[in-house]
Each structure stands twice: as structure tokens, then as C-alpha cells.
Write a protein that binds this ligand. Structure first.
Ligand SMILES: C[S@@+](CC[C@H](N)C(=O)[O-])C[C@H]1O[C@@H](n2cnc3c(N)ncnc32)[C@H](O)[C@@H]1O
Length: 208
């Protein structure tokens, strides 16, 4: 069985007991180096996933059905993670998904704002096809960051919606260096969007 384990936004305090159990049971851990480093005490074999995750899946393949495998993902597996490529490759019947706390949940929690009905976007795998103006009617928008190039789309979005929305840059959530900045959309620049952050745009009447 392959467990696809949501590890939360970064701090071990935000790892669920179910996630910890699946990780403790695993004979093979697969994930980004930063996630593997969270568990230095475990004896399990490790496959580090870097940019080329197809290669990591190839290395995992001979172990499937032979070893307990835990694929570690940041946040929740249902939000822009390796979960779907793993399920497509090895079959839904061989995988179980263990939810984690998403950086999106952590961002709205840090702001003390509900996220029912929020529009969730990501520039992780590229800029969204839609023009930023399409989102003007949304009350709550959360955008996962990507590269410097794709983060430009977030800056454009914040600037387009500056009259109606306030921007919050939620950085390094749950970690000791966590910071949440409130910035007028018109003042948001690439420099104010660090790599590990969620940018939340809220209509001004939600945050008076
Ligand atoms: C590939 S996506 C994975 C999202 C993850 N599955 C989740 O549910 O949070 C990576 C993005 O998640 C966000 N992220 C992950 N950890 C974060 C943290 N501790 N603080 C702020 N944003 C975080 C950033 O936008 C980052 O670019």
C-alpha cells in the first residue's frame, strides 16, 4: 500500500497523528528533501523527489507491493501535490490519501477569516490562463506562489483588484519565521512575494 501523506505547511506541530503513524510505519519514504529532513530519526529508505518527479516514480516502482511506502507531500494532498501523478501511475486501489493541513487553511486561520467559497488558485505550474480581471467578483481569493516569472501574475492580479481588495502575504506559515503582511494591492511587487507564501486577496468589506 502506498500512503500519500499530507504533512502540513512545515512545522511538525501541524502534522496529524494519522500522518505520523503512516510515516512511522513506512519502509520507504518518498518526498522533497525538505520533507524527508523532518524525520531524521527514521530508518526507512528514502527517495528524494526533486524537479524530475517522473524519475522518482520510476525508482519507486520496484518497491510497490513489496514495501510500505509513504509519499510525503506538503500541506494537503488535494492541493497541487504529487498525489494525482502517484495515483495515476500506481492505481487508486493501491493508494490511500491521508489529509493534511493545507497552507491555504493555515493562511485563512492566520487571518482569522472563513474560507468557504474562496477561489483557490496556483501559479506553481504556470500562470492561469484567465485574465486577472475575471476574478474581480470574488470575495476571497488565495493564490499559491510559484517561480519569480509566474509570481508576476499574482502582482498583476493584486494591482488589478487594488480598488476592491486588500492583499495579505502569508509567508512561512506555522514555522518560527512565519510572517503575515497586509499590503495595498497597488503596492504589491515581486519583491513582496517570497517563495513559500500564500497571497490572499479579500474584498475590503470582509476586512474593515
Ligand atoms: C506545490 S504547492 C503545495 C501546496 C500544498 N499541497 C498545500 O496544501 O499547502 C506549494 C505551495 O504551497 C504554499 N506553501 C507551502 N507551504 C507553505 C508555508 N509554510 N507557508 C506559506 N505557503 C506555503 C506556497 O504557495 C508554495 O508555493
Amino acid at each position: 500500500m502506498i500512503s500519500i501523506v499530507g504533512c502540513g505547511p512545515g512545522a511538525l506541530s501541524h502534522l496529524t497523528p494519522a500522518a505520523q503513524q503512516a510515516i512511522d510505519r513506512a519502509e520507504l519514504l518518498v518526498g522533497a528533501p525538505r520533507l524527508l529532513e523532518l524525520f531524521p530519526q527514521l530508518q526507512a529508505e528514502r527517495i528524494a523527489v526533486r524537479a524530475n518527479f517522473a524519475e522518482a516514480l520510476d525508482r519507486m516502482a520496484p518497491h510497490v507491493g513489496r514495501k510500505e511506502i509513504a509519499v510525503l507531500v506538503t500541506g494537503d494532498p488535494g492541493v497541487c501535490s504529487l498525489a494525482q501523478p502517484v495515483i495515476r501511475r500506481f492505481g487508486r486501489e493501491n493508494c490511500r490519501v491521508i489529509p493534511g493541513i493545507s497552507s491555504i487553511q493555515a493562511a485563512f486561520a492566520a487571518l482569522g477569516v472563513d474560507w468557504m467559497g474562496a477561489r483557490l488558485l496556483s501559479v506553481h505550474a504556470g500562470k492561469p490562463a484567465e485574465d486577472a480581471a475575471v476574478f474581480a467578483g470574488e470575495g476571497r481569493i488565495a493564490v499559491l506562489t510559484g517561480t519569480e516569472v509566474t509570481n508576476e501574475w499574482i502582482v498583476e492580479l493584486a494591482q488589478r483588484l487594488a480598488d476592491s481588495h486588500t492583499a495579505f502575504v502569508c509567508q512561512d506559515l506555522t514555522l518560527p519565521e512565519e510572517r503575515v503582511h497586509r499590503i495595498a494591492g497597488s503596492a504589491l511587487t515581486l519583491a513582496s512575494v517570497p517563495p513559500r507564501s500564500v497571497v490572499v486577496l479579500l474584498r475590503k468589506e470582509i476586512v474593515t
